[in-house]
Design a binder for this molecule. Sequence first.
Ligand SMILES: NC(=O)c1ccc[n+]([C@@H]2O[C@H](COP(=O)([O-])OP(=O)(O)OC[C@H]3O[C@@H](n4cnc5c(N)ncnc54)[C@H](O)[C@@H]3O)[C@@H](O)[C@H]2O)c1
Length: 322
Amino acid sequence: MTRMTRRILVTGACGQIGSELTPVLRARYGNDHVIATDIRPPETACLADQGPFEQLNVCDRETMERIIASYEIDTVYHMAAILSATGEERPSLAWDVNICGLMNVLEIARERQLHRVFCPSSIAVFGPETPRACAPQTTILQPTTMYGITKVAGELLGEYYVQRYGLDVRGVRYPGIVSSETPPGGGTTDYAVDIFYQALRTGSYSCFVREDTVLPMMYMPDCIKATIDLMDADFDSLEGHCNFNIAGMSFSAKQLADEIAKHIPGFVCTYEPDFRQAIADSWPRTIDDEAARSQWGWTPQYDLQSMTEDMLEKLGTRLSAE
Ligand SMILES: NC(=O)c1ccc[n+]([C@@H]2O[C@H](COP(=O)([O-])OP(=O)(O)OC[C@H]3O[C@@H](n4cnc5c(N)ncnc54)[C@H](O)[C@@H]3O)[C@@H](O)[C@H]2O)c1
């Protein structure tokens, strides 16, 4: 089967990553070959205008099965999830969506012998026992959040389906993703996006983590590139499948504020840590992505300077048109 005949389902397509991944997949495989789905309707018209959109709660297996059958789906990008901060507010919802939703995807993929499934993980799989610097891919995974617990289980489930059923399941541990299109959906690294909106709108920002909080981050174009590159990789070159560390950049909240201030003179950032500080403190500051680099050629393109410049330009244009 050639690349152009793929029929793709994206769950959680209205979210921060799905809303940018879907148009890239549509440009690659054809608009009608990429079915966007989410529990909520799209906020902007383009997701539903460019190609098929179906409302889908990933916990509703029957509807998922019907959509996968009727569109003859062979590949799933499973982006629907409850993220870390929302997950701490609603742990049982996080379990249901992140685990039952994933099991529905994996079971349907197994039964229908789908070609390939992408299931993202997160740096939230790490916990206080993990080395804070250069966290290895294979290390202690004892997260303290419900979100992290579901992501560890998700990685293990994905690998189980690879080993037990020969299903092609892949995934990376995304770091905090910075982007200008769709606001993030309730994660601990959301401040690294909010700060750009507030800097442009008001010239000041009250940050919910301490200024010395350093976390692994990545700009959206690199996030999309990692997703596509891993999905394109030759299965036989992969030693692991669902747990790839991918590093982009790491910076403190203050370094980010200082970088923004270079472009917006007078920008003021204050720091008022809330419950998300404890989550941030449980995650590593930097991660080791040697396996992704050597097994499927992962290389990021953006650093703090180039990301800040591009974010301010793109978001500035969007906000001034509003
Ligand atoms: N954005 C990040 O910084 C980041 C970092 C690490 C990992 N991830 C992972 O990447 C994936 C995508 O994350 P995102 O940032 O786009 O999240 P997001 O919160 O922006 O989007 C998730 C989408 O899932 C949808 N959703 C929630 N419950 C659903 C349900 N029951 N059925 C169907 N859809 C449902 C939401 O409406 C939302 O549009 C997730 O697996 C997330 O854990 C994201």
